[in-house]
Design a protein. Structure first.
Length: 97
């Protein structure tokens, strides 16, 4: 685990090609040629990471748009971001404690 916190800033990896198809985001990594698809919530998170954003602000925005409580949203968002990070699809800047 990379230690994503609520204060970590996340943003899209600019080396990815992404396009919207039928309301979902489909991406291709230029580095490894792999394709990735995101569901509705994942696609919304991707849209929100167009510019650097903290995990906390992502969770706040998602709570405004989807019927989810803070703890569940934080956990699910962090797990999703960890998965993207493992695949080198996002960049993370951890803020000093």
């Amino acid at each position: 685990m990379s230690g994503l916190s609520q204060n970590s800033q996340v943003q899209r990896n600019p080396k990815l090609l992404a396009n919207q198809m039928d309301g979902e985001i489909v991406m291709m990594s230029i580095d490894n040629g792999e394709y990735y698809g995101l569901d509705e919530v994942g696609s919304r998170i991707w849209e929100l990471m167009e510019t650097p954003v903290t995990v906390h602000n992502l969770v706040e925005q998602l709570m405004n748009e989807f019927d989810v409580d803070y703890d569940d949203c934080l956990r699910d968002t962090q797990e999703f971001l960890e998965d993207l990070l493992e695949k080198d699809l996002v960049l993370v800047k951890n803020e000093p404690a």
